[in-house]
Design a protein around this ligand. Sequence first.
Ligand SMILES: O=c1ccn([C@@H]2O[C@H](COP(=O)(O)OP(=O)(O)O[C@H]3OC[C@@H](O)[C@H](O)[C@H]3O)[C@@H](O)[C@H]2O)c(=O)[nH]1
Ligand SMILES: [O-]c1cc(O)cc2[o+]c(-c3ccc(O)cc3)c(O[C@@H]3O[C@H](CO)[C@@H](O)[C@H](O)[C@H]3O)cc12
Length: 461
Amino acid sequence: MLEETNSKFHIAMFPWFAVGHMTPFLHLSNELAKRGHKISFFLPRKAVILLENLNLHPNLITFHPVTVPSVASLPPGTETASDIPISDNTFLAAAMDLTRPQLEVSLQAMRPDFVFYDNAHWIPQVARPLGIRTVCYNVVSAAAIAIVLVPARKATLGKPLTEEELRRPPEGYPSKRVVLRGSEARSLIFVTLPFGDSITFLGRTTTAMGECDAIAMRTCQEIEGDLCAYVSSQYGKPVFLTGPVLPEPAMKTLDEKWAEWLGRFKPGSVVFCAFGSQHVLEKGHFQELLLGFESTGLPFLVALRPPIGTNSVEEAFPEGFEERVKGRGVVHGGWVQQPLILSHPSVGCFVNHCGFGSMWESLMCDCQIVMVPHLGDQILNTRLLAEELKVGVEVEREESGRFSKESLCRAIKSVMDEESEVGRLVKKNHAKWREVLVSPNFISGYIDRFIQNLHGLQMKT
Ligand SMILES: O=c1ccn([C@@H]2O[C@H](COP(=O)(O)OP(=O)(O)O[C@H]3OC[C@@H](O)[C@H](O)[C@H]3O)[C@@H](O)[C@H]2O)c(=O)[nH]1
Ligand SMILES: [O-]c1cc(O)cc2[o+]c(-c3ccc(O)cc3)c(O[C@@H]3O[C@H](CO)[C@@H](O)[C@H](O)[C@H]3O)cc12
């Protein structure tokens, strides 16, 4: 028994072709490799270059480039979600499905103990005849899964879910606070639309979770326990938790340019803003956001991709903006080292979209949190932090979904003003949760228990 639970696994990883999915799969791979397990990581050719520097155990984690077939509706050379607008993801999913023969050949030759996957709902059909166990690893919150990607939502199978139906959480959904409001249910309509050939997003994800041997989630019992239990009961199978799986503090230091710039300001005074790898703002929203930062009067560092239809952030600046914020505001049109910026002593506030990765990073840092969610799962993550844990504030939006410079400025001031009661409350709650999450063995304990769960699964006939 002891010998068996100490044995090392060979695990194949096949995440959805999006940075926001491949990166957390690689973080988990690093944790598993750290404990001696061997990983074969399948990913698009182009992504190998992107992720190579995050592979901390190249002796145990091997990248296997997958050729992404060309699909008529995708621009030539498309390999990941970052290459295309979000509306074209359905074609990328179709291209991913066409990689099935490549996976079949490789898995047959490798015969790993497990395959971890998310969007590739056909993996169990390939793995089962080979005796390989399957784990559907979800890198979105349990809330995002529980509210829509569950069998209870398939009761109306045959006819697509309506916005009205999506407005009400499914039967038995355990939270009253982590919910969508008013017209926000519209952000879930995409689950009823095609995602690949002849399958909807809801069909794909519920098949992926329905057919696997176990569901896994990148979350923890302390924060999403009820929601995980609901998903487990919906699918009638175990849900294994990996915890947040955040990489160990990088050895790398912050780029001198940013270290020098941030070093000019008082501790805890700078507002940092980033919105993840996928979302690109409309020009009007981008300008409203910059004007909101300007009106706080605080120093700010914004790292966002140029808005839709522009080639640089500078060309989209509001009239006179650059001169007015000179010396206290910087807008960078590309990638920055977010975790290192968040741990810089001058940074006091993190304005983010509450993507699941950013959500965990915000909880771990000791900045104040302001959230501007853009997509469905980000809205639910935001409710988790703002309504359930009360560790941050959400920027108010109009019914149309637009936010104003005034509402952004109000939210930032509400957490940054020293006399603000809201600011004090969220700071106190945040500190409490941070202490839990950074406590010794919190993250590693989750990984160790996760591995024990895999052993249990392997022993099942
Ligand atoms: O400039 C940047 C921007 C982002 N990042 C990093 O990129 C990651 C972004 O991940 P997030 O999950 O927050 O956001 P993304 O939008 O990229 O992910 C997307 O796919 C996964 C879903 O769970 C998210 O909700 C979805 O938004 C974070 O780890 C962040 O530290 C940088 O290092 N630099
Ligand atoms: O916006 C979302 C709202 C929600 O309630 C659930 C999800 O789930 C997922 C998801 C993705 C992959 C899985 O295996 C399970 C769940 C979401 O993922 C994002 O969906 C986009 C669809 O266009 C996708 O392209 C993007 O890369 C995913 O991060 C979103 C929601």
